[in-house]
Design a protein around this ligand. Structure first.
Ligand code: ARG
Length: 472
């Protein structure tokens, strides 16, 4: 088979099995628009530098725009015999506009081209991921507002620790996802460096102007060294790592939701639209979506390990191994985006189980009694020990506990009961960061503000990097 652009260089064509093995076609489908946009910027640079004529430049650009449109209409088919997206676009362009297409690859190599395409793709997908995170944040905020006054046990070591407000619990995830958003905005800086101009590895003898292509594609700068430019996948590692972190956050949330919704915990309830039944046990209501979220974090870690393993110890400059990291990046974005929309759905579908737990004395407020004694002048460690002894001797019975406290610690029954009510405990909390309702309301207001700011920053970025605007 001799379809490649180097068909005249070789006497024999590539064995079909080798072509199949080296091709990167299915995943390259995703890169089509980025490849075309990069080629348009390259064409404009070649024209500006008078490396090609104005006429050829115009014909090339019109042809490329035509292909862009065809792709949007799903009418552009990549052919396996042309190995990858780059050769496909070039060949299809030649079929469309004839000889000027043979000038497109002037002063360019597939090495700087794939490096560019992947950066444009990553920039776009990072913004899409931020958009999904913003939606998830909004779902959290809505749920916090709806169930603001609900009180639940807060856990450490998965053992009841101290009572907290339900929105306080949910906001702990809001702020994780907020950190993820900030990290992704910062990541764009790392992605936003143009590798174009490196050619195969060290530039061209033609009078190209890489700064101009970088400017056209809204990159912040170009690389300083061609070998580094075509090799660097640091941003790819960072992207896969950050997406893994987002997956870990979602997996923890999923794990909480699974546990809290069990009959044993009974803290939350899900709407039927997100639950699954059993094929044999009619009483079951399972949370399979959350279980899969938990599992898919494992897949994300797998992708990260694959990327690191492929890159480990590669010789410098372009090696075909790099191609294998591409699918991992694409997978990681798809995985994360799919999971984010399921996480939003879970948050929209969950409500805390109503009940009067927060208004009855509970041992979960033992620390409040300790702090009461501290306020009365008892050193903390003494107070802790005194309450500890009552806990030891009450055998888990709250009534006996109150009696022991009254008998040994001079706290009257009414005060003791009052202090032991979860609702009072939450109200009595002091200070920024605490679950005190006033503080939680403030944290919720801050969350709303941050979310609005995210939206503004995102739409600024989306406008700046819109692919169709880049080639206007
Ligand atoms: N399909 C290749 C990739 O994904 C493009 C670059 C090929 N370069 C080369 N010198 N063979 O990495």
């Amino acid at each position: 088979m001799k379809p490649g652009v180097w068909k005249k260089r070789f006497k024999k064509g590539l064995h079909p099995a080798a072509l199949d093995f080296t091709a990167s076609l299915p995943e390259d489908e995703i890169l089509v628009p980025y490849d075309i946009v990069g080629s348009i910027a390259h064409t404009r640079m070649l024209t500006k530098q008078r490396i090609i004529s104005k006429h050829d430049g115009r014909v090339l650009e019109a042809g490329l725009k035509n292909l862009f449109k065809k792709h949007k209409e799903k009418k552009l088919k990549l052919l396996p015999e042309f190995e990858d997206v780059h050769i496909n676009i070039e060949t299809q362009l030649e079929r469309l506009i004839g000889r000027p297409a043979r000038k497109l690859h002037t002063a360019r190599s597939r090495n700087d081209q794939i490096a560019l395409d992947l950066r444009l793709y990553a920039r776009d997908k990072v913004l899409q991921t931020i958009e999904s995170l913003i939606k998830l944040e909004q779902a959290i905020i809505k749920n916090c507002i709806k169930n603001f006054n609900h009180i639940m046990p807060g856990y450490t070591h998965l053992q009841p620790a101290q009572p907290i407000l339900w929105p306080y619990y949910l906001l702990s995830y809001f702020y994780k996802f907020q950190r993820d958003i900030q990290t992704l905005f910062e990541l764009i800086k790392k992605i936003n460096i143009s590798p174009l101009g490196s050619g195969a590895c060290c530039g061209s003898t033609l009078p190209i102007k890489p700064e101009y292509t970088a400017e056209l594609l809204k990159f912040e700068k170009t690389f300083e060294n061609g070998i580094d430019a075509i090799t660097d996948r640091d941003y790819l590692i960072s992207t896969v790592i950050h997406l893994t972190t987002i997956m870990l956050h979602q997996a923890s949330l999923a794990e909480d939701l699974i546990i809290y919704s069990t009959q044993e915990f009974g803290l939350i309830e899900f709407s039927d639209t997100i639950a699954t039944g059993s094929s044999i046990m009619p009483q079951k209501k399972n949370l399979d979506s959350a279980e899969l979220l938990r599992a898919k974090a494992g897949t994300a870690i797998g992708n990260l390990v694959m990327v690191l393993t492929i890159l480990k110890g590669l010789p410098s400059s372009y090696n075909r191994d790099l191609q294998e990291t591409k699918q991992r990046l694409i997978d990681q974005f798809n995985l994360c985006l799919e999971c984010l929309s399921i996480s939003s759905l879970l948050i929209q579908s969950v409500n805390p189980t109503p009940g009067d737990w927060a208004d009855k004395p509970d041992i979960i407020c033992a620390t409040d009694l300790v702090e009461y004694l501290v306020k009365k002048g008892t050193p903390f460690r003494d107070a802790y020990e005194k309450i500890g002894i009552c806990i030891r001797d009450c055998e888990g019975n709250i009534k006996r506990f109150i009696k022991l406290v009254e008998a040994h610690l001079q706290i009257d029954r009414a005060t003791c009961k009052k202090l032991l009510k979860p609702r009072n405990s939450v109200r009595a909390k002091k200070g920024f960061l605490s679950t005190n309702p006033g503080m939680t309301r403030k944290a919720l207001k801050t969350a709303e503000k941050l979310n609005r700011k995210n939206q503004k920053t995102l739409s600024r970025f989306q406008k700046r990097y819109s692919l169709t605007d880049l080639i206007k």
